[in-house]
Design a protein around this ligand. Structure first.
Ligand SMILES: Cc1ncc(COP(=O)(O)O)c(C=O)c1O
Length: 396
C-alpha cells in the first residue's frame, strides 16, 4: 500500500484562519459602514503618489534593450550611489546590488549568510513580515528586545542573551517600524563590536531613513567598515513608489569579507536578474527629483505626528511613545482592556481602525499603532475618536 504524503513543504504550513479583527472589519465594510482607516501606509492611496510626469522617464528607448548584469545596470547603481552622496557618503557602484524589493533583498542576504538551522536576530517589536521572510528562507528567527524608557533603545543585555554560536547576522531596522527609533551612535558602536568579535554580519534596513520626525536622522550603517554590513533601501519608501519594484543592497565591511560577499551575491542575483530594465533606466531621472515626492511625505508625517502629540497632551489614558522617524506612531493606552478588545471596540463602536501592538510583538501593552501617512482630515477625525474614547473609558 502506498503511503500518502503531503506535496507541500512544512515551511509553508502557516495557520491561515482570519483573525477576529479582520472578520469584524470585513463585516463592517460589507454593511457599507464608513470606517476611518488609521492604518493605511500605502503612499499611492494616501494622496501622496508621485506626479504623473514621473511616468515620462519610463519612455526611455534604452528600456527596450536587455543587458544582463547581476548587480543591476550601472546607470541605475550610479543613481543610487548619488542618493548616498546626498547623505555625505561616497559609495562605489560596485558595492551595490539592485533587487525587485527590499523583501527580495532580505531573501538574497539571508541565503548568502545562513544555512538551514542558522539563526538571524531580529528586533522586537518590529516589522511583522520578518516571520515569513525568515521561514521562507529556512532561517531560524531569534529576537533581541527594544525597550522603552523615554525613547526606544536596544536592550543590550537582552541582545547579548540572544547570541549563540549559530547566530550569523543581526537585523536592525533604522528607523524601526513601527517604534520609529533610529540607531544611536552608541548602539552602532556596540553592534559593531559584537559583530566584529563574533564574525557576525549586520543587516540594516534603512527604508525609512530619509523620514526623520525631528531635525535630523540617527546613525546609519551605510558605509560601515568594522563588520560585514548590508544596508537595504528601496523605492517603495524612498520615493513612495512601491509599484515600481526596485530596491538596493549596499555591501560594506572589511574588504576580504565584502569582496567574498559581492562574489557570492553576484551568483544569487544572476540566478534571478529580477529588476526590470525600464525602471532601472528611469531611476536617474526619478532620484534627481526625489524632493518632489519626499517633501510632501515628510510634511504629512510630521504634521500628523505634531497633531497627535498636541491632542494627546494632558489627556487621560493615552501616552504617545516617543519616535524619531518613519511613518508610524505608537500609542500606549489604558490597560482597562487588552489590545484586541481595544481595537475591536474602536472599530465596531467608533468606526476607526487601528492596529493592535501584538501584530508587531509589543510586550508592554496595550499599544495601538497608527500610520502617519493618513490624509490629514481623516487623521484628525480618527485620532480625535481614539483619544476621546480612550479618555472616556480609562476612568479617573
Ligand atoms: C521596515 C520595512 N522594510 C521593508 C519593507 C518592504 O519594502 P519593499 O516594498 O521594498 O519590499 C517594509 C514595508 O513596509 C518595511 O516596513
Amino acid at each position: 500500500m502506498s503511503r500518502r504524503t503531503s506535496p507541500f513543504s512544512r515551511r509553508t504550513d502557516w495557520p491561515r484562519q482570519t483573525n477576529r479583527i479582520t472578520c469584524v472589519h470585513e463585516e463592517l465594510k460589507e454593511q457599507n459602514i464608513e470606517i476611518i482607516d488609521l492604518t493605511v501606509s500605502n503612499p499611492t492611496r494616501c494622496g501622496l503618489a508621485a506626479p504623473p510626469e514621473f511616468l515620462d522617464a519610463l519612455r526611455d528607448p534604452a528600456g527596450l534593450e536587455y543587458t544582463a548584469d547581476a548587480h543591476g545596470l550601472l546607470c541605475a547603481r550610479e543613481a543610487v550611489a548619488g542618493l548616498f552622496a546626498r547623505r555625505g557618503l561616497t559609495v562605489d557602484p560596485r558595492d551595490l546590488f539592485l533587487t525587485a524589493s527590499t523583501s527580495e533583498a532580505y531573501g538574497f542576504v539571508f541565503r548568502l549568510l545562513a544555512d538551514p538551522g542558522d539563526t538571524i536576530l531580529f528586533p522586537t517589536p518590529s516589522y511583522p513580515l520578518f516571520h515569513f521572510l525568515g521561514e521562507i528562507n529556512d532561517v531560524e528567527l531569534g529576537f533581541y528586545p527594544l525597550t522603552y524608557r523615554d525613547g526606544w533603545r536596544i536592550d543590550m543585555e537582552g541582545l547579548v542573551e540572544a547570541l549563540h554560536p549559530r547566530v550569523k547576522a543581526l537585523v536592525t531596522v533604522n528607523p524601526n517600524n513601527p517604534t520609529g527609533s533610529y540607531l544611536s551612535e552608541e548602539e552602532r558602536r556596540h553592534l559593531n563590536k559584537i559583530a566584529a568579535e563574533r564574525g557576525m554580519a549586520l543587516i540594516s534596513d534603512e527604508v525609512f531613513y530619509e523620514f526623520p520626525l525631528g531635525d535630523a536622522p540617527g546613525a546609519s550603517l551605510a558605509g560601515n567598515a568594522p563588520a560585514l554590513t548590508f544596508t537595504l533601501g528601496g523605492l517603495s519608501k524612498y520615493l513612495g513608489l512601491p509599484q515600481m519594484k526596485l530596491a538596493w543592497i549596499l555591501v560594506n565591511g572589511p574588504e576580504h569579507l565584502a569582496a567574498e560577499a559581492r562574489q557570492r551575491l553576484e551568483i544569487i542575483a544572476d540566478t534571478y536578474l529580477s529588476v526590470n530594465t525600464p525602471v532601472q533606466c528611469a531611476l536617474p531621472a526619478w532620484l534627481s527629483q526625489a524632493d518632489t515626492v519626499q517633501a510632501p511625505i515628510l510634511r504629512r508625517v510630521r504634521n500628523n505626528w505634531e497633531h497627535l502629540n498636541r491632542e494627546a497632551a494632558g489627556l487621560r489614558g493615552t501616552q504617545v511613545l516617543r519616535a524619531e522617524g518613519g511613518w508610524y506612531a505608537v500609542l500606549r493606552v489604558a490597560p482597562v482592556r487588552n489590545e484586541e478588545e481595544w481595537v475591536l471596540k474602536l472599530l465596531s463602536k467608533y468606526h476607526v481602525f487601528v492596529h493592535p501592538g501584538f501584530f508587531y510583538d509589543f510586550e508592554d501593552g496595550p499599544c495601538l499603532v497608527v500610520s502617519l501617512l493618513v490624509p490629514p482630515d481623516d487623521f484628525r477625525e480618527g485620532i480625535g475618536r481614539v483619544l476621546s474614547r480612550v479618555e472616556q473609558q480609562s476612568g479617573s
